[in-house]
Design a protein around this ligand. Structure first.
Ligand code: 4AD
Length: 480
């Protein structure tokens, strides 16, 4: 405690990282006392050895140059292996602006200045060459050490940070909704039931892992006006696709005094553009240059980001108009699996065609039929009888499909009560706590949920969202 007192920053308190060295390029120190990391590769020439060191703090590796003066040093450098943890002390800084890397560290006397702090086993599977993603998925404890998946962790962190900054600047307050709940927010019956070793449920009461924080966020929005959360959500969907996880993170927002779904879509577009823009300025630091079939190339990724930041507003269409367009297309050239029919959910092939081919832009589809969507959405009172729609939207991205879903919420007690009855949803009163909100200072409000892994994957260019979460849980996956 005494030692910590007086530190206004942590400079000098924590060990030096490779990232902090890169930050000092314009004003480099002469020597670096100590730097730690893992060996990425070793290259030996007759009189000099090169060690690429990584520590995961940034995309860059650090080149350590070791002039060789005696045979023992050659033997020592030869014995170094990829993946070993090492510590280097007393290195000299050497600017090399004309080379690929702008500087290197030079050490003399490696037998005394370079120590292996952790060895690797003979079966250490990662090597300098790029490994395929399916192979890396089989290495849950080591895969994050690769440039591609390590960068993905850093990128996800940068996106979360950019989202928080953007929302805080719009006066949203971050709140902590519960994970254990009694209700099925989406009414889709895709719940994981909680059990304990002493019995079913939460102290005997039926309990589930949350599918969405929305119901609890509505409660908090009616106290704070604007709030958001970023929490894991759980869905026992059997869909084992590259866009579905059993455990995913959802950014959810709820705001009061809003009754127009187009205000919501305009807000979503503005917010996501600001998030992408703030990362665009750091794209070289965030996105590695890779060349393998598990990811888009950097050029293709930049194209995607440019599409999101295009001066043209994102497309916006009602479900009813979208169905008409889809029916016309289906007449000329049928969709392989599903005929588009008013009243039925849009299928992935419909969503992809709309976003990829028809608009080639992110597209908001609004005002879906009431029976395609959840019970809490506000009925469009001007929709024709028999074709009732609700004030909601899905945001579809090209090549990805749905990334965000949201709505204006029904704020009348009687109307939401009637809807819950119509759906036969509140049989044991499990929604009473939520419904009662409409009796206590009800106001118009709305919000949405964004699937973090889908958004991150779209921007990072990885083809399967299970790589955008460090330990994926999905219908066919292992658990560890
Ligand atoms: O459309 P969804 O189901 O909406 C809700 O849960 C609302 N209660 C949110 C709200 O209004 N507060 O899910 C929202 C988003 C989807 O657009 C998708 O991006 C993501 O969550 N999502 C999934 N992501 C990965 N794996 C799954 N199984 C997902 N299910 C939904």
């Amino acid at each position: 405690k005494t030692a910590l007192r007086g530190y206004s920053t942590t400079q000098g308190l924590l060990p030096t990282t490779i990232k902090s060295l890169y930050k000092q390029i314009s004003n480099p120190p002469q020597t670096v006392d100590q730097i730690n990391g893992w060996v990425k590769s070793v290259r030996l020439l007759k009189k000099v050895g090169f060690i690429d060191l990584q520590d995961g703090s940034c995309l860059n590796a650090l080149k350590v140059v070791v002039p060789i003066t005696q045979l023992e040093e050659t033997e020592f450098l030869k014995s170094l292996k990829t993946g070993q943890s090492v510590s280097v002390t007393g290195a000299l800084w050497n600017n090399t602006p004309q080379r690929e890397q702008p500087f290197e560290l030079k050490i003399a006397d490696p037998l005394n200045t370079l120590s292996v702090t952790g060895d690797v086993s003979n079966s250490y599977p990662l090597q300098k060459k790029a490994h395929s993603i399916p192979f890396l998925r089989s290495l849950p404890t080591l895969k994050h050490r690769t440039t591609y998946l390590g960068s993905l962790l850093r990128f996800r962190s940068a996106i979360e940070h950019a989202i928080s900054e953007t929302l805080e600047s719009d006066q949203f307050i971050k709140v902590a909704p519960p994970i254990l709940t009694s209700s099925d927010c989406e009414g889709a019956g895709e719940l994981f039931k909680v059990a304990s070793t002493s019995g079913d449920g939460y102290f005997g009461k039926p309990t589930f892992l949350t599918v969405s924080a929305q119901l609890h966020l509505e409660i908090m929005a009616l106290a704070l006006s604007r709030c958001y959360s970023l929490i894991p959500c759980f869905r026992a969907e059997k869909s084992d696709t590259n866009r579905h996880l059993s455990e995913f993170w959802m950014l959810e927002l709820e705001m009061c005094f809003i009754d127009d779904v187009h205000k919501l879509t305009t807000f979503v577009e503005s917010m996501l553009r600001r998030v992408v823009k703030s990362c665009y300025d750091r794209i070289d630091e965030l996105i590695p240059q890779v060349d393998f079939r598990d990811s888009l190339s950097k050029e293709e990724i930049i194209e995607r980001w440019n599409l999101l930041l295009s001066p043209k507003p994102w497309a916006n269409i009602t479900y009813t108009d979208a169905i008409e367009i889809l029916i016309e297309k289906h007449k000329k050239e049928p969709f392989p699996k599903y005929e588009p029919i008013w009243g039925e959910s849009l299928q992935t092939e419909h969503e992809k065609w709309l976003a990829d081919k028809y608009f080639n832009s992110p597209v908001f589809v609004t005002d879906y039929p009431r029976d395609c969507k959840a019970f809490y959405m506000k009925l469009n009172t001007d929709s024709p009888a028999g074709r009732e729609t609700v004030a909601c939207f899905d945001l579809l991205f090209p090549d990805m499909g749905e990334v965000v879903g949201g709505s204006i919420r029904e704020d009348s007690y009687q109307l939401i009560f009637d809807e819950v009855e119509r759906r036969n949803m509140n049989r044991s009163g499990e929604l009473d706590w939520y419904l009662s909100l409409r009796k206590e200072g009800t106001v118009s409000h709305g919000g949405f949920g964004l699937g973090l892994e889908r958004f991150v994957s779209y921007l990072y260019g990885n083809h399967n969202i299970r790589d955008a979460i460090p330990f994926h849980r999905s219908a066919s996956g292992n658990i560890n």
